[in-house]
Design a binder for this molecule. Sequence first.
Ligand SMILES: O=C(CO)[C@@H](O)[C@H](O)COP(=O)(O)O
Length: 240
Amino acid sequence: MQDSSPRTPIIAPSLLSCDFTRIGDEIRAIESEGADWLHVDVMDGHFVPNMTFGPPLVQAMKSVATRPLDVHLMVSNPIAYASNYVDAGAQVLTYHWEAMGSGTVRGAKLANKAFRDAGAPMVGVSINPNTPVEPLEAILDEVDLVLIMSVFPGFGGQRFMEHTLSKTRWLREQGFRGIVEMDGGLNAETLPLCAAAGADAFVAGSAIFGAADRRGTIESFRRAAVEAMKEPISGSGTVR
Ligand SMILES: O=C(CO)[C@@H](O)[C@H](O)COP(=O)(O)O
């Protein structure tokens, strides 16, 4: 079954690539330049080999943000921190499938319930590039968003992994009506492929924060996504 409802692109710049010495100014600026969501990569130095934003820093982001904070927990024990990040202001709170009982339906169901109980307005689940998407079928009715990682999480500036597009297509083929977000290596070339495959939320760090014209880049990403979304979901397009 295909979902034929109209989709609206959500452009979510990843704050991992902003200037941390001016994070409040960066948030105000990127919002005025067209960001729909602010993507916040939380890393614990255990689930991924990098460390970033704790709840107090996310709370500080929230104090200046007017757009939703899209918080991606790349942590080994997401349930333990869910209420901290909800209280800090996460609008979308996403955990990793692999972090829950080594990627089990039972583990994911526990996380979904814990995140709802913590008051998360939207609950998301994410999978790494080498994790199959099909087992998520058992929990698709419990989540608002699936985040398909198109790079291995931990660092910005990596190359897009094209095989991940098939997971996005698969989710739409199941009739998943929630948000499909893709993250990692998105740019003018790869973002339209994600949109054509069925994604509607697009995380980009280096391609936006590294651009000379950030407003123009966000606008062009949005236009490209809208164009790609007009076509039926397809598998066409390759990354050179
Ligand atoms: O989650 C991550 C990295 O772990 C991403 O959100 C990156 O921050 C995306 O950066 P680019 O690949 O767009 O530079």
